[in-house]
Ligand binder design. Structure first.
Ligand code: NAP
Ligand code: MG
Length: 497
């Protein structure tokens, strides 16, 4: 727990030295073209630093170093117990530099410092440590074959993996990708989101300091449209892991098919149902319903943006939710008291404002919020916003807004709740609230999502897999199951006399 105050964080922010270069083959380096692109502080609109803008030629170089490192066996053939120790040391360094990493993340993304320090930075360290500590405890298999034969079933690293990540949880999402891919022996190239590259750039140096060999982890900031596409169509990259929007995810699957069929795993968007029955603990459910949407300004793929409430308690429950929403007023993210910061940039702010107009146009009732606030600070702050009277066919119930906008839909019985919940192209997360275990379990089983909470929202930790059904993606981050995405299953059939 840091004791730093708002003034302390502001003082550190004014002094921090920010690295904006790519990290290639163990060194910070400019893009070969010399091009840069600024990254901004969403709380003020001010430029933080010029960041290397890498292109295809930088990618080709990084792929060559990654391939050489892989083929040399310097990492892939290291004993799992030694790879473990490198990852554990790296996690310790991330903990040691947690204040600096939290500050970088807050400046770059606009997330509250209390979140980046208490959630994002520790989560990254925990993920890397967990994958490291797991890798020397997984066993492989021998099949039940006839006498005189032996069928070995082993898992081998893919080789060179590219990770393309979004801006909403840059540090923790990057850790979700690189911890299992590195633990399993791959060489990894990360392309961070253009507007939030800073923490990925910083932790690469810490990885080197922890003993990760050169070329095994490289960070290439640059545009999705050119650099991202070049990586995705590269003939010498074996795996692609992605978190981001569903439209880009669909393109990546095509790129894979057009190039070398690289293993492609996607974590995409959501429109997650949060179902509240009349017999739930309504105070707790209301508190969490607000958090489920307003945490991280709603810029969370698992946000519980469809609040599906049993009609008999709708008005009573919504009065409680609106009370809770008042606690999510946006503020300066460097203030440890702030719970919600600005939207990440002007574009994301505009999207939110447009969807508020769409909701009003569709006839939903604006029950709370709906406006820009704190505009004199220069940041993109939007109030927590609640629409009631929504039906599930409206655009504000079907489309991912990625902002602090809740759409409230009524239901009468469990079957209807499940039908509404499943009437979505997405299937990432959801929750059900009821004191009746029969109702809760029955509904939880029927909702087609990758992660379902029962009497909680955002539950779960590194021990359980995370990912989507339907157009929310394929593959899984976190837990031992993440290792599957970064390894090929190999059979070796042995005959003996
Ligand atoms: P995005 O536009 O899909 O961008 C994600 C990443 O892909 C960025 O690094 C982006 O680079 C890159 N990219 C863009 N176009 C590309 C292309 N043609 N080829 C290769 N790479 C390309 O998504 P976003 O707006 O940053 O993030 C928000 C989305 O992520 C939301 O839909 C949200 O639901 C989803 N998300 C999902 C999860 C999950 O685990 N399921 C978690 C978090 C977020 P640039 O930054 O240069 O554009
Ligand atoms: Mg930024």
């Amino acid at each position: 727990m840091t004791e730093l105050t708002f003034a302390d964080w502001q003082a550190r922010a004014s002094e921090i030295e920010i690295e904006g270069r790519a990290f290639i083959n163990g060194q910070y380096t400019d893009a070969l073209s010399g091009e840069t692109r600024p990254t901004y502080n969403p709380a003020t609109g001010e430029k933080l630093v010029d960041v290397a803008s890498c292109g295809p030629e930088d990618a080709d170089l990084a792929v060559k170093y990654a391939r050489d490192a892989f083929e040399s066996g310097v990492w892939a053939d290291m004993a799992p117990s030694e790879r473990k120790m490198v990852l554990v040391r790296w996690a310790e360094l991330i903990e040691l530099y947690a204040e600096e990493l939290a500050l970088l993340e807050t400046l770059d993304v606009g997330k509250p410092i209390s979140d980046t320090f208490n959630i994002d930075a520790p989560s990254a360290a925990r993920t890397i440590r967990w994958s490291g500590e797991a890798i020397d405890k997984v066993y492989e298999q021998i099949a039940p074959t006839p006498a005189g034969t032996m069928g070995l079933i082993t898992r081998l690293p893919l080789g060179v993996v590219a990770a393309i990540v979004p801006w909403n949880f840059p540090l923790s999402t990057t850790a979700w990708k690189i911890a299992p891919s590195l633990a399993t022996g791959n060489s990894v190239i990360v392309k961070p989101a253009s507007n939030t590259p800073l923490t990925a750039i910083r932790i690469a140096e810490l990885a080197s300091e922890a003993g990760l060999p050169d070329g095994v982890l490289q960070i290439l900031p640059g545009p999705g449209g050119s650099l991202g596409q070049h990586l995705s169509t590269h003939m010498d990259i074996d795996g692609l892991t992605f978190t981001g929007s569903t439209p880009v995810g669909k393109m990546l699957m095509e790129y894979s098919g057009q190039s070398n069929l690289k293993r492609t795993f996607l974590e995409l968007g959501g429109k997650s149902p949060n179902i509240v029955f009349a017999d739930a603990d309504l105070d707790k459910a209301a508190n969490m319903a607000a958090m489920a949407v307003f945490f991280n300004g709603g810029q969370t793929c698992t946000a519980g943006t469809r609040l599906i409430v049993q009609d008999s308690v709708h008005d009573e429950f919504m009065a409680k939710v609106i009370e809770c929403a008042k606690g999510w007023a946006p503020g300066n993210p460097l203030d440890p008291e702030t719970v919600m910061g600005p939207m990440v940039d002007q574009g994301q702010y505009n999207t939110v404002a447009e969807y508020v107009e769409v909701g009003l146009g569709e006839g939903a009732e604006l029950a709370y919020g709906g406006k820009r606030v704190l505009s004199d600070e220069g940041g993109y702050y939007h109030e927590p916003t609640i629409f009631t009277g929504v039906n599930n066919q409206m655009r504000i119930a079907q489309e991912e807004i990625f902002g602090p906008v809740m759409s409230v839909i009524k239901f009468s019985d469990a079957q209807e709740a499940v039908e509404i919940a499943n009437d979505s192209i997405f299937g990432l997360a959801g929750a059900v609230w009821s004191r009746d275990i029969n109702t809760a379990i029955k509904v939880a089983e029927k909702v087609r999502v990758g992660t379902m909470g029962v009497n909680n929202y955002f539950g779960g930790d590194i021990t359980v897999p995370f990912g989507g059904f339907k157009q929310s993606g394929n593959g899984r981050d976190k837990s031992i199951h993440a290792f599957d995405d970064y390894t090929e299953l190999k059979t070796t059939w042995i005959e003996f006399e």
